[in-house]
Ligand binder design. Structure first.
Ligand code: NAD
Ligand code: UDP
Length: 396
């Protein structure tokens, strides 16, 4: 384990231990960030969330080497007066709390807008009024659609990176019309970014905004009917994992033609730690955090996950080759899958110039490698429970 004396920042200065108020610490990203901070740094975390299942292994037992450096505070930031006190007694606030699953954006647009804008307002205000640093989690979705998506299908300009690479300081934010409620999330995130930026410009708030580009890995979302609602629709990694565990076809929304770049959660957490420990280089910046080398269509992602899952089954679950399902994918319309008002981002490739220049960060893990370790985790965590739930359903 690292000690405080051994740690220096990118400019060679000794890093002093911080107290971090982490809101949304019980979620996917929060759990990995807490793990990293506990195992590799001397910092203290005040972990705020309404749930703590994903960080239980860090909170108990009292004999853990970092006991005393992480405290869980179960509170809903919508309506809890303890929030300001926690921010006041921290050096830095990291705000991860949000509704951030696309299935909610068009079906629960009010909750989505409240969660991503209104509920984040007091956090920004308390940081600004108390002169505390804020690292706020936004999204790559604030870019919306690419300029290239509006060009004719056969236009050669579609191949020109100027029409699709997403740059923090120059790319526009292009959303669909208001009845396409999918964009309620992106729009709320954009407005909170603008508010934070304005607090920086007018009131001197020290802020960093993070735009994650499809971070994936263990503990992402839930498996419907196992540790989440049976009818719930998580993000694509968990949807496809669920299909594979249940040995049912993977559903491709509108043909699975949309493109995404996926980054391994552990690579991305390295970037966040650099931001935390290098305020002089991170303050005042908006950072894309993604892996431009891991681009696939959703259809290709389904094919890769099916292959990785097949190999896992052969090696570890002793499933024979003939047992693999014949039709591994099925096309569904977005209206059928998500309901009215869904729309999609066509392509998301992050420009890496700013994060590279300020923090020297680059992602390392290939898509094959990250899928292998993530699907191994999914099998070890869920295979038995899924098997039992299928057996129960058949018996009934
Ligand atoms: P997550 O849903 O796993 O975590 C969010 C956590 O916030 C949850 O544990 C939830 O209980 C908590 N929370 C929500 N509302 C709260 C409230 N009112 N009070 C207290 N706690 C509350 O999501 P995640 O993937 O870890 O994402 C974290 C942040 O990163 C979000 O702001 C999200 O918009 C952003 N983001 C993530 C990705 C990604 O690739 N994972 C992509 C784009 C943006
Ligand atoms: N998707 C899909 N099948 C699923 C779940 C998602 O085809 O079972 C598609 C979805 O329409 C989108 C992409 O996968 O094009 C990524 O979806 P995700 O929910 O991970 O979030 P997004 O990247 O859109 O924010």
């Amino acid at each position: 384990m690292a000690t405080s004396s051994a740690r220096v920042d990118l400019d060679g200065n000794t890093i002093k231990p911080f107290t971090i108020c982490m809101i949304g610490a019980g979620g996917f990203i929060g759990s990995h960030l807490c793990e990293k901070l506990m195992s590799e740094t001397p910092h203290t975390v005040l972990a705020v969330d309404v749930y703590n299942d994903k960080i239980k292994h860090l909170l108990e037992p009292d004999s853990l080497p970092w006991a005393g450096r992480i405290q869980f505070h179960r509170l809903n930031i919508k309506n809890d007066s303890r929030l300001e006190g926690l921010i006041k007694c921290s050096d830095l606030t990291v705000n991860l709390a949000a509704i951030c699953t696309p299935a909610d954006y068009n079906t629960r647009p009010l909750d989505t807008i409240y969660s991503n804008f209104i509920d984040a307002l007091p956090v920004v205000k308390y940081c600004s009024e108390n002169n505390k640093r804020l690292i706020h989690f936004s999204t790559c979705e604030v870019y919306g659609k690419t300029i290239g998506s509006y060009l004719p299908k056969d236009s050669p300009l579609r191949q020109d990176p100027a029409y699709y690479i997403l740059k923090e300081d120059t790319s526009p934010c292009i959303f669909g019309s208001i009845e396409k409620q999918r964009w309620s999330y992106a729009c709320a995130k954009q407005l909170i970014e603008r508010l934070i930026y304005a607090e920086g410009a007018e009131n001197g708030l020290e802020f960093t905004i993070v735009r994650p580009f499809n971070w994936i890995g263990p503990r992402m979302d839930f498996i419907p009917g196992i540790d989440g609602p049976s009818e719930g629709v998580p993000r694509v990694l968990a949807c496809f994992s669920n299909n594979l565990l249940r040995r049912e076809p993977l559903k491709l929304v509108d043909g699975g033609e949309s493109q995404r770049t996926f980054v391994y959660i552990k690579d991305a957490i390295e970037a966040v730690l650099l931001m935390i420990e290098n305020p002089g280089r991170a303050n005042g910046h908006i950072f894309n955090v993604g892996n431009p080398n891991n681009e696939v269509t959703v259809r290709q992602l389904a094919e890769m996950m099916t292959k990785v899952n097949f190999l896992y089954s052969l090696v570890y679950a002793k499933v024979s080759g003939e047992d693999s399902i014949e039709s591994p994918t099925i096309d569904v319309s977005s209206k059928e899958f998500y309901g009215e008002g869904y729309d999609d981002s066509d392509k998301r490739i992050p420009d890496m110039t700013i994060i590279n220049k300020q923090l020297g960060w680059d992602p390392k893990t290939s898509l094959w490698d990250l899928l292998e370790s993530t699907l191994t985790y999914q099998h070890r965590t869920y295979a038995e429970a899924v098997k039992q739930s299928i057996a129960k359903a058949v018996a009934n």
